[in-house]
Design a protein around this ligand. Sequence first.
Ligand code: NAP
Length: 339
Amino acid sequence: MSELPTTGREWHLVARPHGWPKPEDFALREAPVPEVGEGQILVRNSCFSVDPYMRGRMNDVKSYVPPFELDRPMEGGAVGEVLASRAPEISVGDHVLHGLGWREYAVLDAKRAAKIDTSRAPASAYLGALGMPGLTAYAGLLEVASFKEGDAVFVSGAAGAVGSQVGQIAKLKGASRVIGSAGSDEKVRVLVEEYGFDAAFNYKNGPVAEQLKKAAPDGIDVYFDNVGGDHLEAAISSLNVHGRVAVCGMISQYNATEPTPAPRNIALVIGKRLRIQGLLVSDHSHLQPKFIEEGSAWVQSGALKYRETKVSGIEKGVDAFLGMLRGENTGKMIVSLTD
Ligand code: NAP
């Protein structure tokens, strides 16, 4: 056991951000690697995930996940190789997915880790297309938005980890038309040329409502909301009678310091008999086996494409997180500790 690491670096939150987080709100610190207890494993993280929901965990407010503690390591999805194990179900050399990201080494109970099959897809895919964002897309579209063949679907944040999967899964399941919005002309090109969206627009090029009407002249049946604000208002205008909205995220508001306006056309919900429903991926874990089965077959056959934006080095963790909030990622933003 002498070759096992005794210390490792980890990111701590040291101040609660007000509005946009600043680099000074975080510190990269060296800490001892805990002893591996009975039933525990030691993992060398190869990649960790930076996700929009982490911004909410930086606030000291009651939510569906507890806030990050100050001066403690932050948490989040990570994948890595097991260096030591005192649990019969996981062996040294296995690759696992777990929740102790933002650090080089993690010691945790084996029952809080899931083995991943790196012969089906690279380990990092289990943080994106075959991980939490992929399941969010799958469950949000199929279960929450009650997608059915022939629906016209609009998704915002369409070039991101969740959005890019929503649009492609909708096409694979027989959508009549898929429209996406994203924040750059290059992302719009990727949506249409690589992911097979029928239409896409850059929301920074003009009012969302006008651009959406042009892209969906016959209206939409499903809106998968990752953004909120003007995108939700535009979608309400374009939704057909009995349309459905899965509210997955509202990233346009996460760094707001004042309450943001609600859609001004909300009364249209009545006449159009719209259903607007929030979604939390954790409510849909029963779909995980079906999603992994179907999703990995799609990924292996090339029917479901995914991109990753990889930032190398633990010291770039906060830059990656802030970059993701600014839209510097296409597909899943990943911090790689081995590349
Ligand atoms: P992501 O889309 O890969 O990355 C975030 C993207 O948001 C950025 O790349 C940026 O792309 C876009 N963005 C940032 N500010 C924006 C703004 N003001 N207006 C429009 N777009 C903006 O992240 P993700 O992990 O896939 O998450 C997408 C959404 O799903 C987030 O709202 C997240 O909170 C939500 N989510 C919810 C659940 C759940 O269980 N409810 C689970 C996972 C994710 P552009 O260049 O296009 O602006």
